[in-house]
Design a protein around this ligand. Structure first.
Ligand SMILES: [Zn+2]
Length: 323
């Protein structure tokens, strides 16, 4: 009996030491990412009541707070005025962000594309886009400091791009680039529609595609980062203020944690040297910054994952709310 016990002990010790030896291979990479959420107070604000926006915002922010994930929310102030009689509620939704300790940035008044309007109109949309936000930020002891280009459209020619950059700097803004983007907005419309019709199976299908497409996009940009820069910079993820994120951002956060990501502030992300790399990208199509760098280096990227067709087809059939 004693021998048996000793053998068992030896066996346990042996298996334990094997496990310890195997541990280094289980260690995941140390990755960092900042979360940014666009189109506040709500991407589909013209289709939502003020009360629904407040509720969605509370759920989204509670998830971020409980997960200890910092975020910057980018505002389109035109969305505050979509429904008269609800302006206070919509401004209240912006205050929810600030009361919870998050930061806000400018995303122009009317979600204006720099590729679609002239310089003057774009600059006016920037100025008009910060009236309320700047005031709310000041009330919370904060200074408005980040700007995000709608559609990631940074200009169709280099002169326009640079003039707008100089204009933004003169107004005290730092441009908030994006490196990871899995088009959550395109899932969100289909999700809202499924929710409205109480189609649980479709909601589940959307969520599962949303998570698997994010995985494909992370794989793609992590590899592209390494190929291009020799390392993975502190990434910046683009998401949007919608019900899909409010209901499921925790699953996305868990997915990122499993890949070895730590969540950092936008300020911390921007301290990465990659954001100072030469970037002369211009084009009709708004793109993420890793692709900007690749194109600038004369190495246009290939093999970007394709958006899930089943969701894309459904999204095309939906009425498109005003951005
Ligand atoms: Zn946007």
């Amino acid at each position: 009996m004693k021998f048996l016990l000793l053998s068992l002990c030896a066996l346990l010790t042996l298996s334990l030491s094997f496990e310890l030896m195997a541990m280094p291979t289980l260690t995941v990479a140390d990755r960092q990412i900042a979360i940014t959420i666009d189109d506040l107070p709500a991407a589909a604000s013209s289709a939502m009541t003020g009360a629904a926006i407040v509720q969605m915002t509370a759920k989204l922010l509670a998830a971020l707070q409980q997960e200890r994930v910092p975020a910057v929310g980018f505002v389109n102030e035109r969305k505050l005025y979509h429904k008269w009689g609800e302006v206070d509620e919509r401004i209240g939704a912006l205050n929810q962000w600030l009361d919870a300790g998050f930061e806000l940035g400018n995303h122009t008044f009317g979600h204006t594309s720099l590729n679609q309007v002239g310089l003057k109109e774009f600059e006016e949309s920037v100025i008009q886009g910060e009236t309320v936000t700047r005031l709310l930020m000041a009330q919370h002891g904060k200074k408005l400091r980040y700007f995000r280009h709608p559609y990631l459209d940074t200009g169709r020619d280099l002169q326009t791009r640079r003039e707008v950059e100089a204009f933004l700097v003169s107004r005290g803004f730092r441009i908030a680039p994006v490196t990871m983007d899995a088009w959550d907005w395109n899932f969100a419309g289909v999700y809202d529609d499924a929710k409205k019709r109480d189609d649980k199976a479709l909601q589940q299908e959307v969520v599962s595609n949303y998570l698997s497409y994010h995985t494909a996009v992370f794989d793609y940009f992590e590899k592209l980062s390494k190929d291009l820069l020799g390392y993975e910079p502190r990434q910046i993820l683009l998401l949007h203020a919608n019900n899909l994120e409010a209901d499921h951002i925790r699953e996305l956060i868990e997915l990122l944690r499993k890949r070895g990501y730590r969540f950092i502030t936008l300020e911390e992300a921007l301290s990465d040297g990659a954001y100072g790399l030469p970037d002369t990208y211009v084009g009709e199509e708004g793109r993420g910054w890793i692709e900007h760098w690749a194109i600038t280096m004369g190495r246009p990227p290939r093999g970007a994952p394709v958006f899930p067709e089943s969701i894309g087809d459904r999204a095309k059939l939906l009425p498109h709310p005003q951005p």
